[in-house]
Structures are given as structure tokens and as C-alpha cells.
Design a protein around this ligand. Sequence first.
Ligand SMILES: [Zn+2]
Length: 314
Amino acid sequence: MVKSIQQHRPKFTTHADGSDAVLFIHELVGEEDGPTIGISASIHGNENTGSQAILELFRILQNQKLKGRILLLPVANPRAFAVNHRFTPLDELNLNREFPGDDRGTYTQQLAYALANGYLDQIDYHLDLHSGTDRPTVDYVYIWNDEGLSRAFGSKCHYRPVQGKAGTVYAGTTKSVTMDKHGTKVVTIELGGGIVDQTPYVERTVNGLLNQLRYLGVIEGDVQPNPKQIVVNELVGIRPKHGGWLEPLCPANGEAITGGQLLGRVVSPYNFETIEEIPTPFPNGIMIMQHLTRNLVEAGDYGFMVGNLESATD
Ligand SMILES: [Zn+2]
């Protein structure tokens, strides 16, 4: 059994309505010593699949024998989460670009500072859950500095960002505190989202996290063998140029898509004409993100992501 479970709610500021702004951290301590694992979700407020998975994971873990310590952060940005918004409504900042934060900065910068100095600095491993938003559905796992741990989540498609690009595109993310400052082992997980039942994605997330915890020796049991996996080094996001109905025409996430095939098209809800056809960018690609239903999009919304299979490895 878990030796102790405690809820910590460190306060970092006061809201205008008088309520305390706090971090919601659950600390599960095992009977034996071991590493500290941080599992977090909803750093982007409209990606709540991971928060659902952490709820389910907590129900399972409270009856497990633990070695080490697990710090669950089910909702990293509560104000954004409450309104299903990517950014914090108070200052419209992207929390995952504001690290290491600023104790005297805007609300999001203060939140980032509190997380950097009361959560991210406490952990040896960081499993950070993201998903597609409430529109697109995504399915891949980053390989940063612990490939085995990334693979143990059990997803098919992995992305290893190339050096250099990783420094600019990912500046200000949690890993600027964890990996870059504290040497924390980091896995960013992207799974789920869309206007579809999240149950299968929540289940896959819980199973993946449990397998990663077995891989780290934090819980007992045999590590499940990985499925056939692919690592891409090049990933392209494709946004619709125009607003309208985005109709998906592509294969499922994890499936191949070849040059000449269409990812989807934008159709006018008003005059029914096709405004735009969106081709796949690579001769040989793999689907990583897409809309699973006909969604109304604005010009420049998230559309699709495709990995390049030409430079991919096993
Ligand atoms: Zn995200």
C-alpha cells in the first residue's frame, strides 16, 4: 500500500474575487525509497484528456505498493482549464512558454514561477500530458532525454526534435526548468482530444503511465513489451488557410499517408463550395494529428500534423 497520500495546496497569489490561487498537488509516498515522479496535465487549459487520466490513475495508485514518490498535478492551469481555454484568461498568456516564470510578473508568469519553484524542481522524472484541444485529436510521444521511458508509454509514433530547433520552438516550456536546469528526465505525451468520446484515450494514457511507472520500478509488475514503433525527426503542422467546415479525408492517426493524398478540405457552410483542398506535405508521411469530425474552423486554426517517414527510424 501507499505509505501516505497528502494534498498540498501552496498559495502563490490572491484572485480579485478573494479566493486563493493555489497549486493542486497530490503527493503519494511509497514505503520504500525511490525516485520522485511528477505527472501533470492541463498546462494548456483546453487539453483535459490528461486530467481525466490522472483522476483514473490516482484511483488505481492509492491501492498500490509504491517505491519512491509520485507528485500528481492534475490541473496545471486551473483558470484556463475551467473555461476550456488554451491560454490563461487573466492575461492571455501561454503558461507553457512562460517558464521559469516571474514572481512579480503577470498572473501566468507568477503561476509559472510557483510551478518552477514548488513542483518542477522537486521531481526526478516529468511525465507531462498534453492532448489535441477540443477539436483536433493527436497521437505521439516526444523523445527528449530518456528514450526508454518515452517508448514505455507504448505509443506507435515518436518525435525526436532536432537540436537547435528544440531550443527556439520550445523556449519557455516546462523543460527549460526540468531538463535544462535540473537534469530531470522528461517525457511529453500528446494523446487524445477532439469532439469524440475520450474514454479510449484516457484508458491508453492510464495504461501507458502505469507501464512507465513499472519501467521505473516505482510500481511492481512486468513491463509490457512495446508495439512496433516509429521515430520521426520531422513533423509539420498544417493549418487551413480559410475558415469553414474542415472535412477530414486522411487515414487514422498512426497510419501512412502518401504524396498526392488530401488531408482534408475546407467547405463553405454557406454556399457549399470547396474553398480549399489541403494536400499532405511529404511523399511518405504518417498521420499524427487530425480532426476526426467535420469541425468548424477559423482561418489558421490547428488542422493536421504529419510526420516525415523518409527520415524516420525504428
Ligand atoms: Zn499542450
